[in-house]
Design a protein around this ligand. Structure first.
Ligand code: SF4
Length: 256
């Protein structure tokens, strides 16, 4: 089957109850309390500058690669509450992005894919400019590039490769991660090797294990880390709760 026909078979799929995804479960591993706020208590995610920046950049790429002209894509991607200096930064990032010579042509963006109860959202899927092979990738707004050994990136690649292979008969050999690093030119991290059966088995076990951990977790312990907390939308709520806890403990000590 040709790659064009294969790509056309990738239809967007929606999240359904009972699905498991890399992004939800990696949130659990980064901080169980954040997972609780977001997915169990369903606390509406407070505005967070870093999160809004990331969403705006994703939105710009989606619009731009779907044929919206640059100026309009810039205006339309700012649909979030952003300060003027952040809007300027996004515009700079977008200008630098469109200067990058991408080694692939994008066919679809922001594509929900699912196999059985495994779910993921591909930021883009398309074809390699030279080989014509199908490629897939993800945008990251981050301060650092991943290495080949980056566990989170490895798991994400393995899960998406598995879903594409099982559900759409598409084997991905090359995965691209585009890193938006503030006002620097975005960097392309290329992962040029197909994931192995062992990697796929590992990510499936990780998903099943995480599901079980969440099911039996009674505490959803907060994982305080300067970088994670700084980027976290729930930091005010979390801090308030922690302060409350400390105050309660303090009052108990005082009563004693
Ligand atoms: S502020 Fe930090 S500890 Fe609290 S929920 Fe967010 S990431 Fe977790």
């Amino acid at each position: 089957m040709s790659n064009v026909i294969k790509l056309e078979s990738v239809k967007p799929q929606k999240w359904e109850n009972g699905c498991v995804s890399f992004s939800r479960y990696s949130t659990y591993h980064s901080c169980a309390r954040k997972f609780q706020y977001k997915y169990i208590d369903k606390v509406e995610e407070p505005k967070n500058k870093n999160f809004e920046l990331g969403k705006a950049v994703h939105k710009f790429c989606e619009l731009y690669h779907n044929g919206v002209e640059f100026d309009k894509a810039i205006v339309d991607c700012m649909c979030y509450e952003l300060e003027d200096k952040d809007k300027d930064m996004i515009e700079t990032m977008a200008k630098l992005y469109i200067e990058v010579e991408l080694p692939y042509e994008i066919k679809y963006t922001e594509m929900g894919i699912r196999h059985q109860n495994y779910y993921g959202i591909l930021d883009f899927i398309g074809t390699d400019n030279i080989t014509g092979e199908i490629i897939a990738g993800d945008y990251k707004t981050s301060a650092r590039m991943p290495s080949q050994m980056d566990l989170a990136v490895a798991k994400q690649r393995a899960l998406y490769s598995y879903i594409l292979s099982e559900e759409y008969d598409i084997d991905i050999n090359t995965f691209f991660f585009i890193y938006f690093i503030k006002t620097k030119k975005p960097k392309i991290a290329i992962f040029p090797t197909a994931v192995t059966t062992k990697e796929i088995d590992n990510v499936k076990s990780w998903l099943v294990g995480t599901q079980e951990n969440i099911r039996t977790d009674r505490n959803f312990v907060a994982n305080h880390s300067s970088m994670g907390c700084n980027m976290c939308s729930y930091k005010t709520l979390c801090l308030r709760e922690n302060l409350g806890k400390e105050l309660t403990e303090l009052s108990i000590n005082l009563i004693k």
